[in-house]
Ligand binder design. Structure first.
Ligand SMILES: [Zn+2]
Length: 184
């Protein structure tokens, strides 16, 4: 069943997340096959996740991991806010865009759009980096932050809210720093 995001007339904020750096991901990482039975990109298996929010079942763990991390960092997200969230696949996101957070006035609906064809090319840690970034917009009200930090001689984004996606390997190597910064 196809579901579309709420159609409030006023788009408050749309976030565009370039995925250029995703191209540099290691090729040896396995991409799991997620699609079956001839359903096209227009047929996301959008599900109500335990009555808490809406998302394709395979994307729910990323949201849940974010919520758990938020709680662990004393930034528990209110369930009413969580209830505003829908995560959907959208292949119409423009070329280099892999994810986007849209927030709507009125109902306060928050829609995260994921370009599935790109999503399937990135590894688990990068998927988490991406979803945490989008949820940083939707749930934390964070804006982009392109501050950099020195990681043992190499410059890297200091925040998951960097305009450009943070590689999974960088995220994993400095996970606690990035989470502490995200939920500061
Ligand atoms: Zn963003």
């Amino acid at each position: 069943m196809k579901q579309t995001p709420p159609k409030e007339p006023k788009l408050l904020k749309a976030d565009v997340y370039p995925a250029r750096t995703v191209l540099f991901l290691s090729l040896f990482l396995t991409v799991l096959g997620l699609v079956g039975c001839g359903h096209g990109e227009d047929s996301p298996s959008l599900q109500n996740v335990d009555g808490r929010y809406a998302a394709p079942a395979e994307l729910a763990p990323y949201v849940d991991e974010f919520l758990a991390a938020a709680t662990a960092h004393s930034k528990a997200i209110d369930s009413a806010l969580v209830g505003k969230l829908s995560v959907i696949y959208d292949e119409s996101l423009p070329g280099a865009v892999i994810g986007r957070c849209e927030q709507y006035t009125g109902t306060g609906a928050k829609v995260i759009k994921i370009k599935k064809s790109r999503w399937e090319t990135i590894d688990e840690a990068t998927r988490q980096s991406l979803t945490f970034h989008e949820l940083g917009h939707c749930f934390l009200g964070r804006k982009h932050d392109d501050t950099t930090v020195d990681h043992g001689g190499s410059t890297a984004p200091a925040s998951l809210m960097s305009t450009e996606i943070i590689h999974g390997n960088v995220f994993e190597a400095h996970r606690e720093e990035y989470l502490a910064e995200l939920f500061k």
